[in-house]
Design a binder for this molecule. Sequence first.
Ligand SMILES: NC(=O)C1=CN([C@@H]2O[C@H](COP(=O)(O)OP(=O)(O)OC[C@H]3O[C@@H](n4cnc5c(N)ncnc54)[C@H](OP(=O)(O)O)[C@@H]3O)[C@@H](O)[C@H]2O)C=CC1
Ligand SMILES: CC(=O)N[C@@H](CCC(=O)OP(=O)(O)O)C(=O)O
Length: 337
Amino acid sequence: MLNTVIVGASGYTGAELAKIVSRHPQLTLSGLYVSATSFDAGKPLSALHGQLYGVVDLPLQPLTDIKTAATNIDIVLLATAHEVSHDIAAEFINMGCQVFDLSGAFRVKADGFYDQYYGFKHQYDALLDSAVYGLAEWNHDQIRQAQLIAVPGCYPTASQLALKPLLMAGLLDSHQWPVINAVSGVSGAGRKATVTNSFCEVSLQAYGLFTHRHQPEISHHLNCDVIFTPHLGNFKRGILATITAKLAPGVTAEEVTTAMESAYLNTADQHAVRLLNNNTAKLDDVVGSCFCDIGWQVQGEHIILTAAIDNLLKGASSQAVQCINIRNGFPQLTALV
Ligand SMILES: NC(=O)C1=CN([C@@H]2O[C@H](COP(=O)(O)OP(=O)(O)OC[C@H]3O[C@@H](n4cnc5c(N)ncnc54)[C@H](OP(=O)(O)O)[C@@H]3O)[C@@H](O)[C@H]2O)C=CC1
Ligand SMILES: CC(=O)N[C@@H](CCC(=O)OP(=O)(O)O)C(=O)O
């Protein structure tokens, strides 16, 4: 059994992690942490997240000393803000833990990226270089070797899983950027109250036009420019990405299907992508599950893809556990289905 702790356990992704880890046959949930000054320190996690009553009643502990928190721990899940993960990951790594970071702190190695999109100067170049991007279906071999895994963002997970098979097979017109329009539920913004996310303020709308940090994350890892426009929807969970792209000259619908199927059908290990072919993906089919559903249709030289995930699961917590499973040689969907 691998001793596992969750930092940021009282948040939305942290609570999902606690639920998954507690039912994982190879992991022991050994500690739940919040900030040193947290108002919630000392409370059982289930007092904050009622679904966990009788399931995870462990108390939330203040993270006052990382050395103590990391002693005899094999796996650390950081469900913390980018700046917090940036500051604390190294100490857990130095204590010999495998670290799975749900934040954006170690996802992109590019000059000036963190200054421009995250508003802080990255202080851990070597760690950033060593981090492996945890897009589970695609980075299996690197994840198996890594000590620090940067779990992809929610919008980037849906977007990349849909576009990557086409790009890898050279089926897209390189002169036209794919256009990604994606709608997220409000849990994507985390549990902390803000005016923008309060019930009476939320109304379906686009945000972050040309400036959202997930645009460069997607472009960087796909090695392809994209237009990405996120939208906030007035629902709790889920992301639906609708992606329009131009096919390379002469590419047929059959070639598209072959590329999708060779990426995601008949793979050695069960994974979390489900192909819908001509059907469109929808939120109800994936919310509460670890799956990313992908549908597509071709007309002439254009393709429209739809991809749906639960932002808190395939977009964060279940993908993190998928990475733990890959890293430790367990079947990929252990504790997830
Ligand atoms: N929500 C989503 O859909 C997704 C989120 N992510 C990323 O995952 C991370 C967590 O997101 P989410 O669960 O939504 O966030 P929440 O805001 O819901 O939770 C944040 C958690 O971190 C704790 N925390 C804050 N400061 C510290 C600290 N210094 N040390 C230890 N714990 C701390 C908070 O508790 P307290 O303040 O009481 O200490 C809380 O438990 C973020 O980086 C986010 O960007 C990634 C993909 C999807
Ligand atoms: C609805 C909403 O606000 N969503 C968040 C994305 C959440 C997420 O995925 O965070 P990461 O940056 O860690 O990937 C946003 O747009 O900032």
